[in-house]
Design a protein around this ligand. Structure first.
Ligand code: PMP
Length: 318
């Protein structure tokens, strides 16, 4: 299978997709030390834009700090790299920004701590998934969830859930794989006390019978850019929103629940452990928030126009 005809920004140069490689013995492969962020790209009437670029780059820099990776680039260069990658790859729908230790290492602490940075702009479906020998089906419109029962590792005293580091995805991978083997679409992870936390790549929201929207507090989840956006949109729409710990029992009396994320947008939850959530799915709150979120990302909502960073108004980094 041939590589996509795309170029990746790697340490300041745009290189062909197939040349952006690391050694199998690199520190990032061996220890899971790669830090990343993932943002969406949109064609708008004002031009091609990245959704909340500066917030994603700020989270990326913070993740590197938490893991101790000594980034050599500042925020401005990282933002310019993302824009350069999008400009070089027309039709891209996402940008993945990676920081990793490419050096071959023996110890957990690298002797060579050069951190390589890669910004890849591409279409995840056309460039990656559809090229698999057996492409999996596209995600369903509403999601059937399995509640995690075995692992409770959303703990700030191990690697903090705020760090978007590859190592933090090992437990969610195990949990989601088990959920898939049982026939579910997605897993909902719990914190160390068994309270609801987040999905492997999404945040979690619940709507009570009186319309109050609740989401687990910041300490047990990744600070999702979509989560923050949905909280702001809900408030602008005059809805009551609360960030507090949510028990699994709340699911059975909720009128709606949904996941949010860069890929998922607003993703309504149909059932958890085969029990339906609410009376209808998608419910009115998730439908309305999802529609406004799509409008904003398409550049059709003047109230949130500053959430879109145009890729063409920057000094070139390529
Ligand atoms: N939680 C985790 C663990 C994630 O990996 C993601 C995806 N980045 C999210 C939540 C959702 O974050 P965002 O809205 O920024 O995509």
């Amino acid at each position: 299978m041939s590589d996509p005809d795309r170029r990746i920004w790697l340490d300041g140069a745009l290189v062909p997709w197939g040349d952006a490689q690391v050694h199998v013995l690199s520190h990032s492969m061996a220890r899971g030390s790669l830090v990343f962020d993932y943002m969406s790209v949109h064609e708008t009437s004002r031009g091609t834009a990245i959704f909340r670029l500066s917030d994603h780059v700020a989270r990326f820099v913070h993740s590197c700090e938490m893991v101790g990776l000594p980034l050599e680039q500042g925020t401005e260069t990282l933002e310019a790299a993302c824009k350069a990658a999008v400009r070089a790859n027309p039709g891209a729908r996402v940008v993945k920004l990676n920081a990793f230790l490419p050096s071959i290492e023996v110890d957990v602490v690298p002797a060579d701590d050069h951190v390589a940075v890669a910004a890849a702009a591409y279409d995840p479906w056309a460039d990656v998934t559809a090229r698999k020998a057996v492409p999996p089906p596209r995600p369903p419109k509403t999601v059937r969830i399995w509640l995690e029962k075995e692992r409770r590792q959303r703990r700030p005293d191990i690697m903090h859930p705020h760090a978007k580091v590859a190592a933090n995805y090992a437990s969610p991978m195990v949990a989601k794989w088990r959920a898939r083997q049982r026939g579910y679409d997605e897993v909902l992870l719990v914190d160390e006390q068994g309270m609801l936390a987040e999905g492997p790549t999404t945040n979690f929201f619940l709507v009570d019978g009186d319309g109050t929207i609740r989401t687990p507090p910041e300490q047990s989840v990744l600070l999702g850019v979509t989560r923050r956006s949905i909280l702001a949109i809900a408030e602008a729409d005059g809805r009551k929103v609360i960030e507090e710990r949510v028990s699994p029992d709340s699911l059975w009396v909720a009128s709606e629940a949904f996941l949010t994320g860069t890929s998922a947008g607003v993703w309504p939850i149909a059932s958890v452990d085969d029990r339906p959530v609410g009376r209808e799915c998608p419910g009115p709150v998730s439908t309305s928030l999802g529609a406004r979120f799509r409008q904003i990302t398409a550049g059709e909502d003047p109230d949130f126009a500053d959430w879109l960073d145009l890729v063409d108004d920057a000094p070139a980094a390529d």
